[in-house]
Design a protein around this ligand. Structure first.
Ligand code: ZN
Length: 276
């Protein structure tokens, strides 16, 4: 339900409610009841009076604050997952379960979320490899979830300097066969020649090929001692530590790092209070 209120001299107000991660307008019943109580003729723009200006402003303020609260409590999984990039598309891909204030959110929870994530993350070749049609996208979704598990297991094995199991190798190797890659020479000046990579999709989940490739390059080129899972107990994210000292502990200072800092401060403060 969309309510429009027109106060004399002011522009038409926007729809009341908030948008969920899928973009659907959600109108809270209490907002509608409050609006009915304070602006009985809100449905009829012609009958709104100047005397309603203050209540309407108050209502809008309450709605704004409520929407902010709702968006904090129901974060967009795709934007949460991509608020931090990890320098490797394979790490961005495996780090798609994020701990938020309202609990863990999964950017691959649905087919649409996965496609939104791919649109925003833009892995190599995505515009050419993006599958068309719901059936193809469902296949991509099922295979993406499977590949994410395999990359996580690969990183665990690499960090622990253990051998990779055959099933991990198989799951990682399949997407490589779903895309045909060809390099093309671009330019005519020998000193300025570049290679342009062209990819052709041979399977609905062909877009996962470059991500699997990136995962293999990651574990082959980054030292096992620099490949780490975030130290926070409830966080599953991986990162490649490129800091000078190599002592990075958190996937992100904005989330896990800050939470740990706040916890240390609370512990110190409580310790000081107990001592007095
Ligand atoms: Zn973390």
């Amino acid at each position: 339900m969309i309510w429009m209120v027109n106060v004399s001299g002011s522009p038409t107000l926007p729809p009341i409610g908030c948008r969920d991660p899928a973009g659907t307008l959600v109108t809270c019943s209490w907002q509608v009841r409050l609006l009915e109580a304070l602006v009985p003729d809100a449905k009829d723009p012609k009958s709104a009076k100047n005397g309603y200006t203050i209540p309407v402003i108050l209502i809008l303020l309450v709605i704004f604050l409520n929407n902010r609260y709702t968006s904090l409590m129901n974060p967009d999984p795709v934007r949460c997952a991509l608020s931090e990039r990890f320098g490797w598309i394979a790490l961005d891909f495996v780090n798609t379960v994020v701990i938020t204030r309202s609990g863990p959110v999964d950017a691959f929870r649905t087919v649409d979320l996965l496609v939104s994530w791919m649109d925003l993350a833009d892995p190599p070749g995505w515009p050419d490899l993006k599958p068309k049609g719901l059936t193809a996208r469902r296949i991509l979704h099922a295979e993406a979830v499977r590949l994410r598990v395999a990359i996580d297991a690969l990183l665990c094995a690499a960090a622990a300097r253990e051998r990779m199991t055959a099933s991990i190798g198989d799951t990682l190797g399949r997407p490589l066969r779903w895309v045909r890659t060809q390099n093309r020479i671009v330019g005519d000046s020998p000193s300025a020649l570049t290679l342009e990579c062209e990819r052709e999709r041979l399977h609905p989940a062909g877009a996962l090929g470059p991500i699997a490739e990136d995962a293999v390059r990651l574990v082959a080129s980054v030292s096992a001692t620099r490949l780490r899972r975030c130290r926070a107990d409830d966080c599953l994210r991986w990162f490649a530590d490129t800091s000078k000292g190599g002592r990075r502990s958190w996937c992100s200072m904005a989330t896990c790092g800050n939470r740990a800092k706040a916890a240390r401060f609370r512990a110190r403060h409580e310790g000081a209070v107990d001592a007095t």
